[in-house]
Design a protein around this ligand. Structure first.
Ligand code: URA
Length: 436
């Protein structure tokens, strides 16, 4: 087989078969296929697409490029959850203890944040002492004893995806539906999920800018799930503004605790309850979606979910006293207000710009090597639909850095004010349920 023939085949719109896709993925992972040929093929895929069979074959070839995690020692249906990436997205921290308290085992591998998006592992590391690196045995024991564990993704899970993603990032080939779908699904399958709930973000702060595009991605991923025998549901949720009020690691842990106490903002609570309900349904602890929703709300109201979160923090070496006293989480030395410069209704908050502003305050990484300041971030005081007058506080920046001017400029630009109140923002656009 020759790579150049496969590039030409895809360029002319033909489909690649399983053996051809495997040749490309294993060859590229081992360094036998150079970046320039892989880049050409990725660009051809961007223009010509891939059908369902090719996308499933690509997913499985990426799974085979590295290790897979065997979770068979954990009792029950292992349901994983994945978000396509958002700003202020702390849903994993909330849903994991909810469903674990209902008996769905959560054995989760999560990533770190890069650029304007945050990562679950960084958020957890803002808890003093929290350890995201457990051995396989410790990981499985924790899930079997308290119902959940969240660890950092290991180096050798779907290494093809890691290498290809880095190449896509610099060759203008990120936003291709088969490439995104196979990238996400390969990691979920390699990490041992039996069933998967996907939170597909749509809006200014997401990869998918329109509901039509998000639906296509959601349908592609649920079809891959079906082809590979993993029940998969995709929930298309809004990212036309950050989710909840806190952006930044310690702040997001604090806000997650609020939701687990039943005191969260409506948007964050609703997305969390919906995702958790589907996880409970797919995990087989509820017979219907309605039953699952009742159970999820019950887990919050009874305090069981919060108690599970506390046990989870303690079991991974963290200071569980933060649950009852969130002031023990890292706090910044500077809190600076950003005030509105005009009157109006908030009609949009560019999530990506807010994410970048939080990164400039120290909450994120511009490069993989950057250190995070867990205390840094932004608290939004005004969200879409709120009426503001010039001089009102839009948000507060938390930082240990002395220069906040660029972050403030980005935040002011991110807030769009209009004279009339906008239509209420739709939070959950659609649910794509793969066939069972
Ligand atoms: N998230 C992923 O893991 N992969 C993509 O390609 C896009 C978003």
């Amino acid at each position: 087989m020759r790579m150049v023939d496969l590039i030409q085949k895809k360029r002319s719109g033909q489909r690649l078969n399983e053996a051809e896709i495997d040749y490309v993925i294993q060859g590229y992972t081992k360094g036998e296929i150079p970046d320039y040929q892989m880049s050409a093929l990725l660009m051809a895929i961007c223009f010509q697409g891939m059908d369902d069979q090719e996308t499933s074959d690509l997913t499985m070839a990426m799974v085979r490029s590295g290790d897979t995690i065997d979770l068979s020692a954990i009792r029950g249906i292992k349901v994983d959850k994945h978000s396509t990436g958002g700003v202020g997205d702390k849903v994993s921290l909330i849903v994991a203890p909810i469903v674990a308290s209902l008996g769905v085992p959560v054995a989760k591998m999560s990533g770190r944040g890069l650029g304007h998006t945050g990562g679950t592992v960084d958020k957890l590391e803002s808890i003093p002492g929290f350890n995201v690196q457990l051995s396989n045995g410790q990981f499985i024991d924790a899930v079997n004893s308290i119902g959940m564990a969240i660890v950092s993704q290991t180096g050798n899970l779907a290494p093809a995806d890691k290498k290809i993603y880095a190449l896509r990032d610099v060759t203008g080939t990120v936003d291709s539906i088969p490439l995104i779908a196979s990238s996400i699904m390969s990691k979920k399958i390699a990490s041992g999920a039996n069933a998967i709930v996907l939170d597909v973000k749509v809006g200014s702060g997401a990869f998918m800018k329109t509901v039509d595009e998000a639906r296509k991605l959601a349908e592609t991923m649920t079809r891959i799930g079906k082809a590979l025998n993993r029940r998969t549901v995709a929930i298309i949720t809004d990212m036309d503004q950050p989710l909840g009020r806190e952006i930044g690691n310690a702040g997001e842990v604090r806000e997650s605790l609020d939701v687990l106490r039943g005191r969260g903002d409506k948007d964050l609570s609703e997305v969390s309850i919906t995702v958790a309900s589907y996880m409970a349904l797919l995990g087989g602890v509820s017979a219907s979606l309605e039953e699952a929703r009742t159970a999820v709300i019950g887990a919050i109201e009874s305090g069981r979910a919060l108690e599970t979160f506390k046990q989870f923090v303690a079991s991974q070496g963290g200071n569980s006293a933060i649950v009852d006293d969130p002031s023990l989480l890292p706090a910044a030395s500077v809190s600076a207000k950003v005030k509105a410069t005009a009157d109006g209704y908030v009609s949009k908050i560019e999530a990506e710009a807010i994410g970048v502003a939080a990164m400039l305050l120290g909450a994120g990484r511009a490069t993989k090597e950057d250190e995070i300041d867990y205390a840094a971030g932004i608290t939004l005081h005004k969200k879409i639909g709120d009426r503001v007058s010039a001089g009102d506080v839009l948000c507060i920046m938390h930082t240990n850095r002395s220069d906040t001017a660029e972050a403030e400029r980005l935040i002011l630009k991110a807030y769009e004010l209009k004279d009339t109140a906008p239509e209420p923002a739709k939070l959950i656009h659609e649910i794509v349920e793969g066939d069972r």
